[in-house]
Write a protein that binds this ligand. Structure first.
Ligand SMILES: Cc1cc2nc3c(=O)[nH]c(=O)nc-3n(C[C@H](O)[C@H](O)[C@H](O)COP(=O)(O)OP(=O)(O)OC[C@H]3O[C@@H](n4cnc5c(N)ncnc54)[C@H](O)[C@@H]3O)c2cc1C
Length: 293
């Protein structure tokens, strides 16, 4: 099919973009990797595309005091290779599994997250990392935790005229924070059937003091597996297999929109074990400050 007619605007500032997005039927365009196919098959109809992909002010990937800041215009490839993102290796690990180099060169991290694909590796990583989304409307800013940003398949808390301007991920303050990622997909580069990201804080004896386990492909939005977190917390990292075995069947409610959700829930324990094991390989008894998941 051919997309319905639309107007196109390339604003030269964020302020101008926000003004344009006030118009009825205006939709932001970043790398176009998700949006353009949706316009072509008319599952999305727009009156005006507001191209924010070339706004230099949205492109940064930088350290800002205690935060890693990723602008909405930063491509997946730029985030993967940015020096500032190196202290959070979980990000690059999850990014490697996303699409192909061609997709990563054009597509943005924020565009991926706003698309809210229910099994995206990146949404899951953001929830495990407890990332913050900075949202801007012409009338003001708000900050939303990743766990609250996703409402369901392809649905987020964004309202009309609102843009995500940047993501903020806490920089390592505790030096013994570890991250791991695991997924299963039908082929390399395809969206996963299920994926798991784990972020752990451990003490000098490798006992787990805090943990977040996030999973995709099951409930329709990235979900925390709280039973696993409770089973792991307070116990040595080396006991993770035995501790996870005690969790029983995950109580996460299957999404009716995901035909593979029951399979995803079945493989969740295995992927969680692998993600924790990947994190455990990063444990260094006496680390340099500043290395995180
Ligand atoms: C072949 C292929 C394979 C893929 N494989 C995977 C995979 O394995 N895993 C995975 O997770 N993803 C995968 N993807 C998805 C890919 O990561 C996304 O298409 C891409 O990152 C979207 O970014 P974009 O900049 O192109 O967004 P666009 O297509 O420009 O926009 C996507 C949506 O986000 C909105 N938007 C964009 N920026 C903003 C903003 N700043 N504020 C508010 N709204 C905004 C747009 O209006 C649109 O609704 C794949 C895509 C393709 C085409």
């Amino acid at each position: 099919m051919i997309a319905a007619d639309f107007d196109y605007a390339r604003p030269s500032s964020l302020r101008e973009a926000l003004g344009l997005l006030e118009r009825p039927g205006a939709v932001p365009l970043a790398g176009g990797q998700s949006l353009l196919p949706l316009l072509a098959d008319r599952s999305v109809v727009a009156d005006l595309l507001v191209d924010i992909g070339r706004l230099a002010e949205l492109r940064r990937v930088a350290r800002d005091r205690d935060w890693l800041v990723i602008g909405a215009g930063a491509t997946l490839a730029a985030v993967m290779t940015a020096e500032a993102a190196k202290p959070v290796p979980l990000l690059a690990e999850a990014l490697r599994s996303v699409g192909s180099a061609a997709i990563r060169n054009r597509g943005t991290l924020v565009g991926n997250l706003v698309s809210a694909s229910p099994n995206s590796e990146l949404s899951v990583a953001m929830v495990a990392l407890d990332a913050r989304f900075v949202l801007r409307h012409r009338t003001g800013d708000r900050e939303v935790a990743a766990a609250d940003f996703f409402l369901g398949p392809h649905r987020t808390v964004l309202t009309a005229g609102e843009l995500v301007t940047e993501l903020r991920i806490a920089s390592p303050t505790a030096s013994r924070a570890l991250g791991g990622f695991a997924e299963v997909s039908v082929r390399a580069g395809a969206p996963p059937l299920c994926c798991v990201a784990v972020v752990l804080a451990v003490d000098e004896t490798a006992a787990i003091t805090d943990v977040r386990v996030a999973a995709g492909g099951i409930t329709g939005a990235p979900a925390r597996w709280h039973e696993a977190e409770a089973a792991l917390r307070g116990h040595p990292l080396s006991e993770n297999v035995a501790r996870l075995a005690q969790c029983g069947e995950p109580s996460l409610v299957l999404s009716l929109d995901l035909p593979e959700a029951a399979y995803a829930r079945d493989v969740l324990p295995v992927l969680t074990r692998r993600a924790v094991a990947a994190a455990a390989t990063r444990f260094i008894p006496n680390p340099q400050p500043g290395i995180q998941p």
